[in-house]
Write a protein that binds this ligand. Structure first.
Ligand code: HEC
Length: 344
């Protein structure tokens, strides 16, 4: 008798499962034999979900397209989904959806499940309004644990496609987490993963992320998936940093605009943003819980950044734009230095 393994051909590239037998008994045996992960290899997902039309054989999307690619969506979609990349017919990566339009854009793409690997609180309220399910699996820049890899991989078998994986900017952790998830699910080779990470722009400085993906492709992590939940609690440090990040981004844009508010965002002023940055940095030493961040070296680095932020705030109040730009550059360098020493 034929081994069950030859009864079904799983073709990840074409994203469908092709029966190689018409014998109903053999076919049933072969389907029973497949594990959920292997089923995913053909992107037949979640027993409660019928594959969407784009995954049906014969649909143009199931032709051997070259993935990953920048989807040819209207620019309005990509404005609200930074660094959007299509990695499979029904799998995307990018940055945090920007406002309501970001979630509307995901809905227009047909996305059903959003996976955030960022420390910031997911906007579950907006996701719900657009009928999208949020899964929160925050990861650091220094790597992805086995348990996180399993949990990421489990998304494909437990949640409905299409999927959108994001971090904050969509450049480093999001693509790395998605590549690890696809490798864990057995649908991406290391060579494909490396191409994708390169296209996404994952910095070589985040070696922990590259290693995590390489590991996931070589060795399936132990099946220790955590429950898939819409919001996971994060440490005070991660929460503070996740709050600092968008403010820092706003300041970066304001600096480009000679520290003047953009006409479409009159409330985002340099005075207010610099004050918020200063407050968050000042508050941090009082809320740090982890011992590793209570050490003098770390606290000295933090207080240097706080001093630069205080100076920036004063200079902006005095409309001293040239000095403010210099102080902002010092802040940027201190973010980079501290991350190199204590985070990456
Ligand atoms: C004194 C050290 C220090 C400084 C200064 C610092 N950071 Fe961090 N940052 C960290 C550490 C440590 C982590 C990792 C925390 C963890 O994973 O436990 C981190 C994490 C982050 C994260 C990831 C949060 C997440 O989602 O997991 C972002 C984003 C970030 N920092 C942005 C910034 C920005 C922007 C600046 C500059 C304005 C900055 N940081 C300044 C130490 C610092």
């Amino acid at each position: 008798m034929l081994d069950n393994t030859v009864c079904l051909k799983i073709d990840a590239r074409y994203r469908r499962i092709t029966p190689l037998t018409t014998n109903p008994v053999r076919l049933a045996l072969a389907i029973l034999w497949l594990t959920p992960t292997q089923l995913h290899a053909g992107e037949v997902v979640d027993s409660t979900t019928a594959p969407s039309s784009r995954e049906q054989p014969g649909h143009p999307e199931s032709a051997p397209l070259s993935f990953p690619r920048r989807p040819s969506t209207p620019p309005t979609l990509t404005t609200h989904l930074p660094h959007l990349l299509q990695v499979r017919a029904s799998v995307y990566s990018g940055g945090t959806p920007v406002g309501r339009q970001g979630f509307a854009a995901l809905q227009r793409l047909g996305v059903r499940t959003i996976v955030s690997v960022d420390g910031a609180k997911p906007r579950i309220d907006l996701a719900t309004q657009f009928g999208l399910r949020y899964i929160h699996i925050p990861i650091g820049y220094d790597g992805i644990t086995d348990s996180q890899k399993s949990t990421l991989g489990a998304v494909f078998t437990r949640c409905r496609p299409p999927y959108y994986f994001h971090c904050h900017h969509g450049k480093h952790r999001g693509p790395a987490a998605l590549a690890a998830a696809l490798c864990t699910a057995g649908t991406m080779t290391l060579a494909q993963a490396n191409d994708y990470l390169q296209l996404a722009g994952v910095s070589r400085g985040y070696q922990g992320l590259w290693n995590a993906v390489a590991d996931a492709s070589k060795r399936p992590p132990l099946p220790t998936a955590q429950p898939l939940i819409p919001m996971t609690s994060v440490s005070t440090m991660v929460a503070a940093m996740a709050a600092i990040d968008p403010i820092y981004d706003n300041l970066k844009l304001l600096k480009k605009n000679n520290w003047q508010a953009a006409p479409d965002q009159p409330d985002v002023t340099s005075a207010h943003q610099s004050l918020m940055l200063l407050e968050l940095l000042k508050e941090l030493p009082r809320t740090i819980a982890a011992d590793q961040f209570k050490k003098p070296l770390f606290l000295t680095a933090l207080s240097a950044t706080t001093d630069h932020a205080a100076r920036l705030q004063r200079e902006l109040r005095k409309s001293d734009w040239a000095s403010a730009s210099k102080s902002f550059e010092k802040i940027r360098l201190s973010c980079v230095d501290c991350h190199a020493d204590f985070r990456n």
